[in-house]
Design a protein around this ligand. Structure first.
Ligand code: GLC
Length: 537
């Protein structure tokens, strides 16, 4: 695989660090634990690791509330342990991407402590401070993404401060050049240490309306949904000024890029397709100046039907600006797991889809063993979102439970009770049990990843949708040079004849059903929920 665009050809693997591996018997995963599991990740065949925040934090939002951007939280380890992990990642030819959380800090961050200390403090303007409305209430109607007002009154100085998330996560003022400079220095601190880039948390939130206008009512709000959806985030997200910031951030990572070792930005962007595309940035001399990978969440929200996925792939392709690299995701730490969303039978089909589409895939830890969401008993809920808006199915604990490594006590994750409960089926659904079972989904993932690495058509080729496939079958060709592969995915719980697409002597490179059952049937028929990659003769 060519080295210059490793992030275009490679596979990302997201690690939720509290849940990967505990190495110091406190029930919470840590950096040394991740290091112990590098053999596994290398074997799996992924190229780059994205680790969710590991910086000192009061953990009000489990690390997305940062009190010091340039150190490691003692629960996760030390800077020395981070450097050791990075060195070992590199020695194995893997890459490492960290989470950058620029929209907000912790309320314990020294910047905020200073900012809230006095109205005339030099750091006052680093955050969003506003006078109360005439009635003493919040300055406008903005809502926190975790429910309730986006404003908290501060008695000491008599003003409100803004927060898109918890009150423990005050929003920085990105209109202030000093804030930008400070955050760009944070980026340089980690890039200098040798990391390969950042996943940028809620990138589209950074700039708010300069006039602090009320957000409009959302006419499509459905009762029972997240409270923040009552309003359209017109004046709080995706403001025009964002485009300038994206270019600035890209310049910072480019300071550390060379042809072999481009550093990347992955943008967390929950936006409609046309707005998502804007974050690739303007093209200058044929190079897009924005984030290389605007995270594409569409498969997560898709109805699990062949027609719907075909529509998504087609519209995404049509919208991509020239020179933009596509990317696909099936799960992350904020979303219900794919095995639960699509059902266990479809988890294999989903794996084949993700790993045969064109563009960079990101896997979420545990999805490769088909982990479903874990039911969390009321007394064990940890996620602040669930605690603030209970019972709406918004909680994120179910998809953040510890990785089950073996049938040993606490699944080999820890030697003590883990911070969140293990999944119910961990004694059988664990890495050790599945690693040598040819019928397991883990082995299927490994085979798919190996095939993707081996086939230029899969990791770099073009994609052409095939329209005249039978109903419920998603078909596409992947081509590189003269090698053209065919991918057929049967979304139906029924056999599906595909004789119109196949000549009888096509070579099957991989079949999800063959992997699962060991039986290879040579007819032009897909089994229920079967996916195949073929080389037509
Ligand atoms: C992002 C993160 C999420 C976090 C939020 C606030 O959406 O993925 O986990 O709670 O930002 O930082």
């Amino acid at each position: 695989m060519s080295a210059d665009a490793w992030w275009k050809h490679g596979i990302f693997y997201e690690i939720y660090p509290r849940s990967m591996q505990d190495s110091n018997a406190d029930g919470t995963g840590d950096l040394s634990g991740i290091r112990q599991r590098l053999d596994y990740l290398e074997d799996l065949g992924v190229d780059a690791l994205w680790i969710c925040p590991i910086f000192p934090s009061p953990m009000a939002d489990f690390g997305y509330d940062i009190a010091d951007y340039c150190d490691i939280d003692p629960r996760f380890g030390t800077l020395a342990e981070f450097d050791a992990l990075l060195a070992e990642v590199k020695a194995r030819g893997l890459r490492l991407v960290l989470d950058l959380v620029p929209n907000h800090t912790s309320d314990q961050h020294p910047w905020f402590v200073q900012s809230r200390s006095a109205r005339d403090d030099p750091r006052r303007d680093w955050y969003l401070w506003r006078d109360p409305a005439p009635d003493g209430g919040p300055p406008n109607n903005w809502l926190s993404n975790f429910g309730g007002a986006a404003w908290t009154f501060d008695d000491a100085t008599g003003q409100y401060y803004g927060h898109s998330f918890l009150k423990e996560q005050p929003d920085l003022n990105w209109r202030n050049p000093a804030v930008r400079a400070a955050m760009y220095d944070v980026m340089r601190f980690w890039l200098r240490r040798g990391i390969d880039g950042f996943r940028v948390d809620v990138l589209y939130h950074l700039i708010k309306d300069d006039r602090f206008r009320d957000n409009p009512i959302n006419p499509a709000y459905v009762a029972g949904g997240p409270e923040s959806h009552r309003l359209l985030p017109l004046f709080t997200t995706d403001r025009p000024e964002m485009q300038e910031i994206v270019v600035e951030m890209r310049r910072v990572v480019d300071e550390f890029s060379d042809a072999v070792s481009a550093r990347v930005l992955i943008g967390e962007l929950h936006l409609p397709l046309d707005r998502l595309m804007a974050y690739y940035g303007r093209s200058e001399n044929g190079v897009l100046q924005g984030v290389q990978l605007p995270f594409n969440f569409q498969l997560i929200h898709a109805r699990w039907e062949a027609d719907e996925i075909r529509r998504i792939v087609r519209s995404y392709d049509a919208a991509l600006p020239p020179g933009a690299a596509p990317n696909w995701v099936l799960g992350n730490h904020d979303e219900s797991r794919v095995a639960t969303r699509v059902g266990p039978q479809n988890a294999r089909l989903a794996a084949m889809l993700l790993l045969t589409l064109h563009g960079t895939p990101t896997l979420y830890y545990g999805d490769e063993i088909g982990m479903p969401d874990t039911r969390i008993a009321p007394g064990e809920i940890r996620d602040p979102f669930e605690l603030r808006e209970p019972g709406k199915g918004l909680g994120r604990d179910p998809q953040r439970t510890p990785m089950p490594w073996s049938a040993a006590p606490y699944a080999g994750f820890s030697t003590v009770r883990p911070w969140l409960p293990l999944g119910e089926d961990w004694t059988t659904r664990n890495v050790e049990a599945m690693a040598h079972d040819p019928a397991s989904i883990l082995v299927l993932y490994r085979r798919l990843i190996a095939l993707r690495r081996q086939e230029a058509a899969l990791h770099g080729g073009s994609l052409e949708l095939i329209d005249d496939s039978p109903p419920d079958v998603l078909a596409y060709a992947r081509t590189s040079g003269r090698r053209r592969l065919l991918v057929l995915l049967n979304f139906a719980d029924a056999d599906m004849p595909v004789d119109t697409l196949l000549d009888a002597d096509a070579e099957i490179l991989l079949s999800t059903e063959h992997e699962r059952t060991g039986v290879l049937r040579r007819d032009a028929m897909l089994r229920p929920f079967e996916g195949v990659v073929l080389l037509p003769k």
